[in-house]
Design a protein around this ligand. Sequence first.
Ligand code: DGL
Length: 278
Amino acid sequence: MIASVQRDAAIGVFDSGVGGLTVLRALRAHLPHESFVYLGDTARLPYGTKSRHTVTRYARQAAQVLVDRGVKLLVIACNTASAVALPDLPDHIGAMPLVGVVEPGAAAACQASGHGRIAVIGTESTIRGGAYERAIARRRPDARVVGRACPLFVALAEEGWCDGPIAEAVAERYLGDLRPRPGDPEGIDCLVLGCTHFPVLRSALARVMGPEVTLVDSAETTAHAVAQILEQEGLAAPAGAVGGTTLLATDGPERFARVGAGFLGLELRPDAVQLVDL
Ligand code: DGL
């Protein structure tokens, strides 16, 4: 009885804002029978420029809202919160399965990179903490990893300036020196989009980095990791279940719906977004 109640429960997903909707999009596609509750802490975005202490506090509060709603598994769909706060969250939420996006992103990079020359881009906090370097080194000790903070990409993505000359100029400024020379065996061969806002900038980034660089993000591998845990723990929704999605934000449902639609790949109405207080 308890098991069936748990299987019917939703999966909780949180991010500092709308970026995590790129992860929710992959989760919905891979797990159509599951229901999701997504929380975007839009009132306090960005997390990426804030201290470890503050991001950990925010992440705990966001997780608590979802735990209180009875979710069966928690996905931290924010690289900054995954990199900074994930190690401390189990103490706070107990034994609930917890999936961050850094480990799946590192796994995707190790798989995609031919000769282990990997660049990771993310927020200041994600890059400063070195979580991706450690996660990649555990899987591929031979890999050489360079991290670069690209905070302006968050604003570009939120503004919807995802492609075109402005996005490319900013990408060139941040990343031009990492573009490999053709045939250079020491050149970067994989770029990890280590921020959930960045997948919407993929085309501009691909043009700047050139054809020898494979771009990877965490969304797909996170969805696979979640599917695996649901199976292992006996928590997968029954096959006939029809999934649904509840959207929560801590500020601005209208903006969440407008900007978030591009990240989720679905039209969103402001009245479909519930305002919550942490
Ligand atoms: N979603 C955040 C991340 O993946 C980026 C935005 C922020 O700085 O809060 O790191």
